[in-house]
Design a protein around this ligand. Sequence first.
Ligand code: SF4
Length: 208
Amino acid sequence: MKRECLEIVEKKCQSCRACALGATRHNVVFSDGNPETAKIVFIGEAPGETEDMEGRPFVGRAGQLLNEFLAEAGISREEDLYIINTVKCRPPENRVPTDLEKACCSKFLKAQIDIIKPQAIVLCGSTALKSFMELDKKTTISKIRGQWLTISVDGVDYQAMTIFHPSYLLRNHSMEEGSPRRLMQQDLAQISSEILGVKNGKREFSAV
Ligand code: SF4
């Protein structure tokens, strides 16, 4: 049922030219994961070059690194997540999407969340976070990551956690205590435990 509803939204998205990104994309990057079983909607920023060519989110180097972190936390990308981006078309040179582009694309983002109605939303990086929350200058991703927040999407409240974007981790290799990679492990382990019931590598409750 969710799949059918999403197919209707995707059809509109595939022909969308509401912002300038529609003119330069190779493919609309709509989603990945399993809409029927996903308890978590996972939101990134925008497609990169590989995603644009393949039409799937998080399949480039950053996506491969993300897969490693997810597997380590006991999170199944194929079953536990519905993976989307804030904007569905690639910004040239991988620049950050503009406010206008985000506003144009938000109808698709909101529709996807509304259809899935997830137990939790993971905001991957600052672009995803700022789509739902105004940040003052002192509030950085480093300060806000790892905390459960409440975000409102078309009047419905969801619990959401911000994590680092894996492209940031590609530039930060340290595994020392307190390093971005260690914090990413910690955040995904918390999400896995509290939302999916994974404890010591085993599920204490069903993922569906
Ligand atoms: S980024 Fe979103 S709003 Fe812009 S053309 Fe692509 S689908 Fe349409």
